[in-house]
Design a protein around this ligand. Structure first.
Ligand code: OGA
Ligand code: NI
Length: 337
């Protein structure tokens, strides 16, 4: 079992074979350029119409953007990063007590993506937590480091609030009432992945996470310690999203693509690794209520346009998502009309 995580303290000098991608499926890092005009949106600017217009433009063009002046205190972010780092520095025996490959578990340490389904592994370990309702889930979180639950809990509350504010802007940007989207999504769940990408001996041969879209509604990603690794697909090319100080990356997930009737695209993104420094990212996922029906509101089905997707519940979608491997046909395809 202990061989399963890669943050074991073992120093790899070559990439184990089970991580090596076939030659036609490698990151080609030297061909990736920086995304020079990543939309960085000041969401505390006060002018709601301007902010929702900027968000709408970014969602239509890219399916992702960054936010600053977001109201999440720097102190909370720092403490979150600190316990995340301390957790992955724990002795491997301590971490392995939490190891599981069962995606239905509400708290687990795991590795790669979906170990039981995939052919090639990814250079990532991750701690995955359910975070809402907090009182229900935080008692099962790690108690080591000692301030883990407190620091992560405070961060989750602030991120949830930020996510709800962004969803309101997104709703308005589609020409809908402010609360329309959150009403469709229902009482949303919240999950977190603390992603740890150890130093990789041969970063050209593998991924931290291969290209994918997120299966949930909205993802708020913190790229910690300013180590690059996130790339998004823009006009058919992978471009690198450099970490921006004090910003969060926000990306549209599959459920917002469905609810917007395909107007906003769930963005393809991936994480690459490097041979110099470990990287950590903290992804917070807002997920529709399990029995919410992800159906675009009638206001968005304009004259002559048709519904792109069938009606489905989030529970149905999520089950389908985890029954597959990340590099198979896109999950939303199964739900198209
Ligand atoms: C994810 C993800 C990207 C990153 O966790 O879904 O896309 O930069 N992470 O770690
Ligand atoms: Ni993702």
């Amino acid at each position: 079992m202990a061989g399963k995580v890669i943050s074991s303290g073992f120093h790899y000098t070559t990439l184990p074979e089970s991580y090596v991608r076939p030659i036609n499926d490698r990151p080609n890092l030297s061909q990736v350029s920086d995304f020079s005009h990543v939309p960085v949106i000041d969401i505390g600017a006060g002018d709601r119409r301007l902010v929702s217009k900027q968000i709408g433009d970014a969602c239509r063009r890219y399916g992702f953007f960054q936010v600053v002046n977001h109201g999440v205190p720097e102190e909370l972010v720092r403490k979150m990063e600190q316990v995340g780092r301390e957790f992955f520095e724990l002795p491997v025996e301590e971490k392995m007590k939490l190891y599981s490959e069962d995606p239905t578990k509400t708290m687990r340490l795991s590795t790669s993506f979906n170990v039981q389904k995939e052919q090639v592994h990814n250079w990532r370990d991750y701690l995955r937590l359910h975070c809402y309702p907090l009182d229900q889930y935080s008692p099962e979180w790690p108690s080591n480091p000692s301030c883990f639950r407190e620091n992560v809990g405070n961060y989750c509350i602030a991120i949830r609030d930020l996510g709800m504010r962004i969803l309101e802007f997104i709703s308005e940007s589609l020409g809908l009432e402010k609360e329309r989207i959150t009403a469709i999504l229902g009482e949303q769940g919240q999950h977190m992945a603390i992603n740890h990408y150890p130093v990789c001996p041969e970063p050209e041969l593998t991924y931290g996470l291969p290209g994918h879209t997120d299966p949930n509604a909205l993802t708020i990603l913190l790229q910690c310690t300013l180590v690059s690794g996130l790339q998004v697909l823009k006009d058919g090319k992978w471009v690198s999203v450099k970490p921006h100080p004090n910003a969060f990356v926000v990306n549209i997930g599959d459920q917002l693509e469905a609810v917007s009737n395909g107007e906003y695209k769930s963005v393809w993104h991936r994480a690459v690794v490097n041979s110099d420094q470990p990287r950590m990212s903290i992804a917070s996922f807002l997920c529709p209520c399990n029995d919410s029906v992800l159906s675009a509101p009638n206001e968005l089905i304009k004259d002559g346009s048709t519904r792109v997707f069938k009606d489905f519940t989030y529970a149905e979608y999520y089950k389908k998502f985890w029954s597959r491997n990340l590099d198979q046909e896109h999950c939303l395809e199964f739900f198209k009309n």
